[in-house]
Design a protein around this ligand. Sequence first.
Ligand code: HEM
Length: 508
Amino acid sequence: MAAFEYYSFWLQVLEKGFGFFFFGFTILFSIFSILVYILRLKPWCNCDLCRSYSTSSWSLEFNNLCDWYSHLLQKSSTGTIHVHVLGNIITTNPKNVEYILKTRFENFPKGKAFSVILGDLLGRGIFNVDGDSWKFQRKMASLELGSVSMRFYAFEIVANEIKTRLIPLLSSVSSKEGTILDLQDVLRRFSFDTICKFSFGLDPACLDLSLPVSEFANAFDLATQLSAGRAMTPSPLIWKLKRFFNIGSEKKLKEAIKLVNSLAEEVIKQRRNKGFSSHHDLLSRFMANTDDNKYLRDIIVSFLLAGRDTVASALTCFFWLLAKHPEVKEAILDESNQIIGTSSSEKLASLEEMQKMHYLQAAMYESMRLYPPVQFDSKYCQEDDVLPDGTFVKKGTRMTYHPYAMGRMQSIWGPDCHEFKPERWLQDGRFKPESPFKCPVFQGGLRVCLGKDIALVEMKSIALSLIRQFDVQVIVPTSHSPRFMPGLTASVRGGLQVQIQERRYKSS
Ligand code: HEM
């Protein structure tokens, strides 16, 4: 007995000693990491740009950080700037963009810093990986998304959501005079329904306003918001420590991700029970190739992120621009009348008819040139490099290209770069695409967006239905540019408040 007490006494001493050592080591290691991080960032940098960033004095003059960056990039002779306090080089130079996204693709991966920030939410999904894992997923996803049958499937889903939910909802609003609607919210609900139906064949019915917003949509929203918030903290150690102690925003994030995971698992289970071999949705197609549930969960979450807020953001800004430019709305209406006819405003355009609408396609691209849903995108430099404009990029530097600022560069678009002119995308009345390195709205090079065609079909279908059947009056002042919320995708602060009236259709 005495021997037992003797051993248990020493065991306790050892346990406490080890705990104390471990705790001390963690604290010392954290302090050391903070110091290394601080030394790399040069927080003492007192150049005008860094001082303005650190004190947020830029916000006295500009509504959005992206507007301030655009201003600085326009002034720079190379179209490139260095924010020393962030260890971030930002460029708008199309030659640099091509170099990063294509020529030296291997030297500019997404990198660990990005994948750690989004890792808890996205797991090993296509957005969050580099190397072989990315190549494998890219190959599989491009086979599916590139197929003609998938495009028809996506079109059918969108057309059905328009006919059965969007039009009835807007008609009911238009009949109640004075009703104000947040169009951005409606578009987000629409794109959540369609991306869920498309990705895993289930309908969350978010656009049905009589139902409460789906738990899944809410949890997903919160998880993306809080994950994006991690990138805004001055040092990653802050959110890592909060995650370690499970406090504050990290506690909320953990709970939101737990809910997303359990709902994703439920989706996979339901799909398996219903059988997937005869279904067209993306999940069923991936299930035919793998039975790894974690991998399938990561695919679901990545596609939700890809297809939800991007489409809603692009369309919100499109309608904001149309409110300022009624002549563009009239031109779209005229073109559609010529192709679909004027006998019925309710008739939806077919895929073939939409392909003939060159002006509509030009207006969509012109809107995204000025208001890209993904305003900037960062990679990490693996080995020291020199960009085509002569900028030296040190290993470990965050390298950002900035589509929002690129749309405002005179050197790329000429002196009328700030104007909304769909005609700049037309040659002899036909849509003429620009180099993706000049307008990288869907990125460019080896990781170019895989859902570009599907997104455009969705956006054009919604825009046409709204323009042909309703008069959408934006009720916020369109004299100012929109203010954006910080996040992975640009969404307008306060939404887009509109009033809707059903059009009295002119019969031909
Ligand atoms: C207007 C709508 C859209 C815009 C502006 C857009 C833009 C982008 C951008 C900028 C990227 C690169 C992201 C990065 O690597 O950091 C990307 C990647 C991707 N997008 Fe889209 N996207 C849109 C809609 C969609 C839709 C609807 C889908 C799916 C149905 C989709 C699927 C993807 C996928 C799978 C990738 C990853 C490609 C890869 O990493 O190899 N996108 N998109």
